[in-house]
Every structure is written in C-alpha cells, then in structure tokens.
Design a protein around this ligand. Structure first.
Ligand SMILES: C[S@@+](CC[C@H](N)C(=O)[O-])C[C@H]1O[C@@H](n2cnc3c(N)ncnc32)[C@H](O)[C@@H]1O
Length: 270
C-alpha cells in the first residue's frame, strides 16, 4: 500500500476521531485557552522545554491535532507557532481555540509529507509529541522534512511514547493477559502496520465503526537514524518510567519498562 493511501485513510479516521474527542473531552479547552498562560504540557516536559528555552522562538508542531500543545508553547514563552495536521476537523478545532486565546499561532491542514518550501528554514524549534510518529509510514522522509523546515542551528524536541510498549498488549486487546501484563505478544521489529477499524477514541474509550487507520511499530533505531542521517545532532535522550499514551497507566507502579522519552537535537549549521 502506498504512502498516500495510508495517510489519506488516516486523515478520514482522524476526522471521525476528532469529532468524538470533542464530545468526550471533560476539559473545556475553549474556556481554558481564554485564560492567559494556560498550558496542557506536563511538568517534566515543561522543565525540559525551559532548559532549551522557548523565549522568542518560532516553533513548528508536526501532527498538532487540535493545537492544544501548539498554543501552550506560545503561552510558555515562544514568539510564534505553526501547527500542521492532516485532519480537517482537528485543524478546525485548533483554529477555534486560537481565536479564543488570541495567541500568535497559525494552523495548517496538510499531510506532513506535503509541507511546502515556503516553510523551509523558517523554524527555531520543531516540536513533536505523544502519538505523532506512529502514523507516519516513512520515518526517513519525515525527518528529512523536519531538517528542511529548521533554521540552520534550529532545535528538535520530541516527547513520545517509548516503542518498547508496542510489544505488549493494551488492556482492551484480545492478547491482554491480566496475570501477565508484561507478556511480549508482538515483535518489536513488526513491519506490517496495525489496521484499526474500531476507532481512535483514546479520550472517551468508546468503540465505533471507523475508517481504517494505519499505525506502525517504529524501533528506536529507526527514529534515531532518521534524525542523525538528516544532519541533526542528538543532544540528549532521556527515558522515563511514566506513561504518556494513557494506555499503560496500570504498569507504571512496577517501574519495569521505559514508557516515554524526551529527545533533544540540534541541526548542524551548514
Ligand atoms: C495522537 S494525535 C497527536 C496528539 C497530540 N500530540 C496531542 O496530544 O494533542 C496524532 C495526530 O497525527 C495526525 N496525523 C497523522 N498522520 C499525519 C500526517 N501524515 N500528516 C499530518 N498529521 C498527521 C492526526 O491527524 C492526529 O491529529
């Protein structure tokens, strides 16, 4: 299956999910973003961002969904931010939140693989967060784009779910074994995508008949090599035992597996 068919099917699946998320979300983001300084970023992430510094920066968020993180970054000191996402409905909500917040953000509906030359060399920081990478069928091509839109000494920040989690079952999956929740039931090196037709409601936990969505298990090596081979030097890589995917909260107390990571990098000036 070619890249376009995958990302287009994912667009339709995320359009359905966005409308369901808007209904099921308890937090009223319109009210919250009307208040000055509101941020949805957690403390660990906020501290890591403060370390690299946001003040005065132009930021791009790739796969920004409804823009809650993009807006938060500006509330935390960035000069401006552009959020890119393939979902029409997510971008509609993001524009709506930008309006109530009055923040210096712009939202663009696009497949990340189609981000055009007008954005090349424009950003001080590319920000990527939870649940963005697994939908991308070609990581090498993605990081080529990341590097292209960064200024010559621009920075990369990733806060993502650890790919080790792809080996174990979520509680609502048939492979889940409550006696042995750490059971390895999927290859870390799985090449074929997961195809989901029961929806992507990670907020309300509901199931519905959905357009097929395609997600990928991406070994850490593929992520790191994608970054390195596109002229970005890795400055730090920190693994954490807390879950940011909301799917493995029940395993946090055991502190056995890396569940999330923060990676920072810098494009080598050329
Ligand atoms: C799990 S959500 C990201 C959530 C975000 N980090 C947050 O916490 O709000 C994944 C997003 O990736 C977007 N996406 C998937 N494939 C994409 C692509 N090829 N180009 C742009 N966005 C894409 C989806 O539309 C969806 O909004």
């Amino acid at each position: 299956m070619d890249l376009r068919k995958i990302t287009e099917s994912n667009r339709e699946a995320w359009n359905q999910a966005s409308l369901i998320h808007q209904k099921n979300r308890k937090l009223n983001l319109r009210e919250e973003f009307a208040k000055p300084g509101f941020s949805t970023l957690d403390q660990i992430e906020t501290e890591a961002l403060m370390k690299i510094g946001l003040d005065g920066k132009a930021i791009a968020q790739l796969s920004c969904n409804n823009g809650r993180e993009t807006l938060s970054l500006v509330n935390l000191g960035a000069e401006s931010a552009v959020g890119f996402d393939i979902s029409d409905e997510a971008i509609k909500e993001a524009k709506n939140l930008r309006e109530v917040s009055g923040l210096n953000c712009k939202f663009v509906r696009t497949d990340v693989y189609d981000i055009g030359e007008e954005y090349f060399g424009k950003f001080d920081l590319v920000y990527i967060s939870i649940g963005a990478l697994c939908w991308l069928p070609d990581l090498a091509k993605f990081f080529e784009l990341v590097s292209a839109i960064l200024k010559s000494d621009g920075q990369l920040f990733i806060y993502e779910a650890h790919p080790v989690l792809n080996m174990i079952a979520e509680t609502d999956e048939s492979e889940f074994d409550s006696e042995n929740p750490f059971n390895v039931c999927c290859s870390y090196f799985k090449k074929e995508p997961w195809i989901t037709t029961t929806g992507l409601d990670y907020i309300g936990g509901t199931k519905y008949d959905s357009k097929p969505s395609y997600s990928f298990s991406q070994p850490l090596g593929d992520i790191l090599n994608g970054i390195i081979s596109n002229g970005i030097t890795i400055k730090s890589f920190t693994e954490y035992g807390h879950d940011i995917s909301e799917s493995f909260k029940h395993l946090e107390k055991d502190n056995k597996l890396p569940m999330s990571y923060i990676l920072t990098g810098e494009k080598s000036a050329n």
